[in-house]
Design a protein around this ligand. Sequence first.
Ligand SMILES: Cc1ncc(COP(=O)(O)O)c(C=O)c1O
Length: 365
Amino acid sequence: MQPKSNIVHLPVYQPGKPIEDVKRELGLTEVIKLASNENPFGCSELAKAAAIKELDQVHLYPDGGSVELGAELARALGVNTDQLIFGTGSSDIILMLARAFLAPGDETIMADETFSQYKHNAEVENARIIEVPLKEGKHDLPAMLAKITERTKIVWVCNPNNPTGTIVTKPELSAFLSQVPKHVLVVLDEAYCEFVVDPEYPDGLELLSEHRNLVLLRTFSKIYGLSSMRIGYGVGHPDVIRFINQVREPFNTSRMAQAAAKAAIGDKAFVERCRQENAAGIAYLSDRFEKLGLPYFPAHGNFILVDVKRPSTEVFDALLRKGIITRPRWTYYPTYIRVSIGTQEQNEKFIAALEQVLQESAVHG
Ligand SMILES: Cc1ncc(COP(=O)(O)O)c(C=O)c1O
């Protein structure tokens, strides 16, 4: 057997450690997962009820085109239905974009470091990957612009960026977009946009009419709390959306996911509560990190990248033994862990555990 040579060395995606694994491996009964930027408040009750109801139709294939969900979402976003594409999470849209736009040898530009799946899918397509270092944890848009050539097909901008949580501002993004040549697709990943409260944050939707070469990625996995339903979407010019649709698997989103997402859009109160709780959680954790003397990046999503000033895997392991799962091992930030914002109770437990871990390591180290 001979797979494509460019995939042989590819790592398998390493997700946040599952709660069940930690309980089993460490014999713990209570485990808090702050590793995958999930919503600690669950999902809207309306979404849950809609998914359960839809189980009655489980024997029937879903609507591959997600027409009903598309109509509801188009209304909510103020776009046309032909500007929307749905995927098995926004990860699926990333995969489809790479599949539709990247041929072997094509160039694609992304930050270093950022969400791993841009690079992963570009590698599967054997594209040439150009990574541009972050500047103080932020996308360096002028440096990314300078890397564009005739062969560039896609530039990826993650806003807020995962793992740093930083944002590019409206003027920065507008200046960038106005200089990107029209043959280059800009993918603006807004997976965490609903959490952002900073007035400087650009709303990608407002930029779409000016830039036909812009596609937004959004998801129901984060603020909507529907991670395991696996549903996300892209918004862009109908021509671009059509290309993505041409490489889409026929039934890539389930009936339950479509029903849950449709109901979730209608539950604005749930989203608003989560946004507020998240902002309060960021304020709490930022304050505690300052008191502990730990540098951190200004957080705009539902996670914070914090410098624990020791090898991150050591702190990760010690926290794990106390039943708290975080995310270590960042290429450029070997002493940082990424922690998702939890409920206030979870945040307090995390800080208490972190304080203990830091003290223990100060004594033993
Ligand atoms: C920046 C970013 N984009 C996309 C995704 C993919 O999310 P999903 O496939 O669940 O929609 C994630 C998940 O963590 C992410 O952090």
